[in-house]
Structures are given as structure tokens and as C-alpha cells.
Design a protein around this ligand. Structure first.
Ligand SMILES: Cc1cc2nc3c(=O)[nH]c(=O)nc-3n(C[C@H](O)[C@H](O)[C@H](O)COP(=O)(O)OP(=O)(O)OC[C@H]3O[C@@H](n4cnc5c(N)ncnc54)[C@H](O)[C@@H]3O)c2cc1C
Length: 515
């Protein structure tokens, strides 16, 4: 019996063919179903599967929540194993004295946040919009912007230490973690080896534990929204507010997204949001006022603004939250006009909403992409982007497709430009399994639309090349973004040498990072 067959037997079996096909897909597509797929329930099982698969010479692809769209964990050949970490979702240690939490890689951001809330704590990077499914391991492996990012940085900046297993079974523990009796909780002890595995797209090893920083929760919040006549005013406002770092979370939307994705809430979501608003409001009067505001303002206000930006400020007291918002408002009113704050109120009350945005407002297929630009490049990129979309308008109408865009500030110097592409097409089995049946039943269905899908793929490729010309960086590099192209030769040489040392047979997520 081969090592892998023995592992399969020991682990009560390889998952079914249907499961394997599902685990070999992401939000956008699939290439090949893996020969084997496992859902280990203990870290020891995870390590054993990694060692056995490597001994068999099979490619190893680790899946967290599976909610990315850059071929990140996708096998390209059948000679591969997918390891689904969703059952590795425990909190290993909550250390309130040293303000750290250590988790297994498969825990979702929402599950972690719900557990920490009971202690009045949070991770500085609270999680992605997709945090209902997205895992800590998957997110740390590819970097992300999310709740808390404006105040506290991207996912990488919340990491203290990482435990990794390499294909030959070597365990690596970073920072002050080690074999001594006192477990250290400090990342920057010598070279930043945690940083090596952050954003590695799973190409350098399998994360078995992640230690994150903790903060006390700020229970009070204040929100505001602003409308802008054009993109330049939105960008001016967002970059100026970002330099103050007073906001917990902010994001901008163009008209297409304001009217569609974000403004559309089905009855179930609205009810949950109402409950959330009630819970997060300091008293019933404020809650009632928020809910009335939501009902009145809703889509009408949003539908009228070419661009809108939404702000959430948190405080230990209502005064602190309001004072921070006053700074935002002074800047917002310089560049735009204030509108009803329904969107940020909903987002603050319910940061981890159902994954309905995996499809368009009318059940269209969806694939986003993004670029991280220095502020100095944003205007030139946006002009080229707008012209490109205008040139494609007739094609998009013919093939029932459209484009929207979302925007965020990353720290004070970087701007995230995130186009979202939609087209009418049939759903993949992936969507049927990831989304609530009741919600899917409420949406129109479309026949297969290969011409529409081809148009979207062309536009996605063109937009990535356009981003590249303007010096964009990317989160979620996966197997999509041209990370290795144009990087410093010394840096890429070093990375390739590290890959060869940790994974000499190139078994860890081959193709990831393009190295
Ligand atoms: C509706 C929706 C909203 C979204 N919102 C946001 C958002 O607000 N911000 C944002 O940045 N992104 C967002 N995304 C994109 C995506 O959800 C995030 O990138 C998220 O972090 C992916 O996490 P995951 O657990 O699903 O990772 P996966 O897709 O499962 O994996 C991502 C990568 O990590 C690797 N990996 C996973 N676990 C491990 C491990 N234990 N060891 C080594 N490698 C591992 C995988 O091999 C893969 O390369 C959104 C997606 C959707 C569908």
C-alpha cells in the first residue's frame, strides 16, 4: 500500500468525487479536480497528510474558506491533493495578559470575532467582508484589506507569529516562538520570518497555527456618508481622510455598485441588520433613529450619487467616535456633500454579511480584481480605465455584462482600486454549494453565455495589464497577478532560493506567486 493510500485509509477516506470537484473550484472557475482531498480534524492529521502527499510527489493545495478568485488554491493537474482546513477552526490560546490569540488556520474571521467579543476584545484587523467564510489561514496567506484596516492596517499587520510545516515535515516557528519554556509573543526578533510566510499564497509551506495581536473593543461608533460629483473629488476626500487615520473602516463606491451590490438587501438580511443595529446602538432611541433613517434613505439617496464614500469611526465613548467623525466630516464636506449614512450603519452593525455579493444584484456572475496604487498614479490609471470601459460599452451590452468599482485607502500612501465585472451566465456547482438555497431561489437564472464569459476574461486580462503599466501591487496574488514580473532581480532570486530550500520538488501550490 502506498503512503497516500495508507493515509486515506487511516483518515477514513478520500472525500467524494463531488467534494473533490467542489474543493478544486473558486468563486470564478476551476481547472482540474484533485486526485485526493482531505478535511483533517486535527493538526496532527494535517501534518501527516502533508508528509504523505509529498512522499507521493503530489502537489499540495491548501484551501481555507475557498472564497478567493485568483486561482489561489486551485490545482492545475489531477496529480494533486487539496487539504480543506475548515475543520481546523479552534482557538488554541487566548492570552489576555499578553494580548494575543493563537488560532488554527481554518477558523473564520466571524467565528474568531464572535469568540473575542465575549471578552471585549478584537483583532486589530477584524476580518474581510467575506469573513463569514474566509479563514485566518487563507487571508494571512494572501494579504487582505478589511474591517479595522484603516485604523490598524491590513491583515499582515495583526500577525505576531506563524507555525508552518514544509513538505518534508520540518516545522518552522517564527519570532520569539521556540522550544524554550516561556512562549514568546513578539514578531520582530531578528529577521521577520513571519513576514516570509505572510502573502506567500501557500507556496512556501502549510500554516498550522497563527498568533494575532489583540486590542480592546471600542463599543461606540459614528458613521457618515458623502456623495461626490466625480472620481477626482472622491479620491481627494479618501486620501485626505486616510492621512488622519481616524476612521476604523471606509470605502468608496461608484454608481453601479451603489445601485446594485451594496444597496440591495433582501428581507432576511435587512431583518438581521435591524437586529444588529439595535444591538450595536447605545440605547433604544438611537437604534430607532438609525432604523428609521435606513428605511427612509436606503437606495434613493445612493442611486443619485456618481460616487459615494462611507465612513465608520469607533470610540471607547460616544464622544470619541463623534470627535473622530467630525474630522472626517470636515474633509468630506470640502470635497462633496453629506448623504444618509445607511450603508456604513448596515456595515458597522453587520460586518460579516451573508455572501450574497458573490453574485450580482440580479444573480449575474461576478469576478472582481484590484490594484494597489500610490496616490500619485491613481488619476492616470482611472482615466485610462474609464476610457477602456467606455470603449467596451457596446460589447458589454451585447453580452449582458457590466462593470462597477469599489475603492479603499490602504494606510496613508496607497489607494485600492477594485473593479467588479458582472455578466449573465449559468452558475457553477460552487455557487450552489456556497450560497443559501433560499437566496438563490429568489434570483433569476441565466443560460450558459460563453461569449459573455470570454469578454469578461479578456477585460480582466486587459485590466491587469493596465494596472501593471501604472505600477500596481496586489493582494491575493495566487496564480493570477504578475508578481514576479518587473520585481527587483535580487529579491526574486532570493525568493526562488528560499522556495527551493523549503520546497525543492515544487509541490507546494505550484504556480503560486509565478515562481
Ligand atoms: C463576497 C466576498 C467578499 C470579499 N471581501 C473581501 C474583503 O473585504 N477584503 C479582501 O481583501 N478580500 C475579500 N474577498 C476575497 C477573499 O474572501 C479574501 O481574499 C479571503 O481572505 C480569502 O480567504 P480564504 O480563507 O477563503 O482563502 P482561500 O481562498 O481558501 O485561500 C487563499 C490562499 O491561501 C492559501 N492558504 C489557505 N490556507 C492556508 C494554510 N493554512 N497554509 C498555507 N496556505 C494557505 C491557499 O492555498 C490560497 O493560495 C472577498 C470575497 C468574496 C467572495
Amino acid at each position: 500500500m502506498s503512503t497516500l493510500e495508507k493515509t486515506i485509509a487511516d483518515d477514513a477516506g478520500n472525500l467524494s468525487a463531488e467534494d473533490r470537484a467542489f474543493l478544486g473550484a473558486d468563486v470564478y472557475r476551476s481547472h482540474a479536480a484533485p486526485a485526493a482531498a482531505f478535511r483533517p480534524e486535527t493538526i496532527e492529521d494535517l501534518k501527516r497528510i502533508v508528509r504523505s502527499a509529498a512522499a507521493e510527489g503530489l502537489a499540495i493545495h491548501v484551501r481555507g474558506g475557498g472564497v478567493s478568485y485568483t486561482d489561489a488554491h486551485l490545482p492545475k493537474s489531477e496529480r494533486s491533493v487539496v487539504i480543506d482546513t475548515s475543520a481546523l477552526d479552534r482557538i488554541v490560546e487566548l492570552n489576555e495578559r499578553d494580548m494575543t490569540v493563537t488560532v488554527e488556520p481554518g477558523i473564520s474571521w466571524r467565528a474568531l470575532d464572535a469568540a473575542l467579543e465575549k471578552h471585549g476584545l478584537k483583532v486589530p484587523f477584524v476580518g474581510t467582508f467575506s469573513g463569514l467564510a474566509a479563514s485566518v489561514g487563507g487571508t494571512v496567506s494572501q494579504n487582505a484589506n478589511g474591517h479595522g484596516s484603516n485604523a490598524n492596517g491590513i491583515s499582515a499587520e495583526s500577525v505576531v507569529a506563524i507555525d508552518v510545516i514544509t513538505p518534508d515535515g520540518t516545522m518552522i516557528r517564527t519570532g520569539t516562538s521556540g522550544s524554550g519554556e516561556v512562549e514568546g509573543r513578539f514578531r520582530n526578533y531578528g529577521p521577520d520570518l513571519a513576514g516570509l510566510f505572510i502573502g506567500d499564497s501557500g507556496a512556501l509551506g502549510v500554516k498550522t497555527a497563527i498568533t494575532l495581536k489583540l486590542l480592546r473593543r471600542r463599543p461606540h461608533s459614528a458613521t457618515a456618508s458623502f456623495a461626490f460629483p466625480d472620481f477626482a473629488s472622491l479620491h481627494a476626500c479618501m486620501s485626505e481622510v486616510a492621512a488622519t487615520k481616524v476612521e476604523e473602516k471606509s470605502f468608496g463606491l461608484d454608481l453601479k455598485l451603489s445601485q446594485g451590490q451594496i444597496a440591495k438587501q433582501d428581507a432576511g438580511t435587512v431583518l438581521s441588520v435591524a437586529r444588529g443595529v439595535w444591538k450595536s446602538s447605545p440605547n433604544a432611541v438611537v437604534a430607532a433613529r438609525s432604523l428609521i433613517g435606513l428605511a427612509k434613505a436606503g437606495r434613493r439617496v445612493l442611486a443619485s450619487a456618481p460616487y459615494a464614500a462611507h465612513y465608520i469611526c469607533d470610540g471607547f465613548t460616544p464622544l470619541e467616535a463623534k470627535a473622530k467623525l467630525a474630522t472626517v466630516r470636515a474633509i468630506g464636506l470640502k470635497h462633496g456633500r453629506e448623504i444618509a449614512n445607511s450603508v456604513p450603519t448596515v456595515v458597522r452593525a453587520m460586518p460579516f454579511q451573508p455572501l450574497h455579493n458573490m453574485l450580482g444584484p440580479n444573480g449575474e456572475r461576478w469576478v472582481p480584481l484590484h490594484g494597489l496604487f500610490p496616490h500619485s498614479q491613481v488619476a492616470a490609471f482611472e482615466a485610462e480605465f474609464a476610457q477602456y470601459v467606455a470603449n467596451k460599452e457596446a460589447d458589454m451590452q451585447r453580452h449582458k455584462a457590466f462593470v462597477g468599482a469599489m475603492f479603499s485607502s490602504i494606510g496613508s500612501g496607497t489607494f485600492l482600486f477594485e473593479p467588479a465585472l458582472y455578466w449573465q451566465d449559468e452558475l457553477m456547482p460552487y455557487h450552489e454549494r456556497m450560497m443559501e438555497p433560499d437566496y438563490l431561489a429568489s434570483l433569476p437564472r441565466y443560460p450558459a453565455n460563453p461569449e459573455g464569459a470570454a469578454l469578461i476574461e479578456t477585460m480582466r486580462t486587459d485590466m491587469i495589464a493596465m494596472m501593471d503599466r501604472h505600477g500596481a501591487a496586489h493582494f491575493q496574488i495566487g496564480k493570477l497577478y504578475p508578481y514576479a514580473k518587473g520585481r527587483d532581480a535580487g529579491a526574486i532570486g532570493l525568493l526562488k532560493a528560499i522556495k527551493a530550500e523549503l520546497d525543492p520538488k515544487n509541490l507546494m501550490n505550484p504556480g503560486a506567486l509565478g515562481i
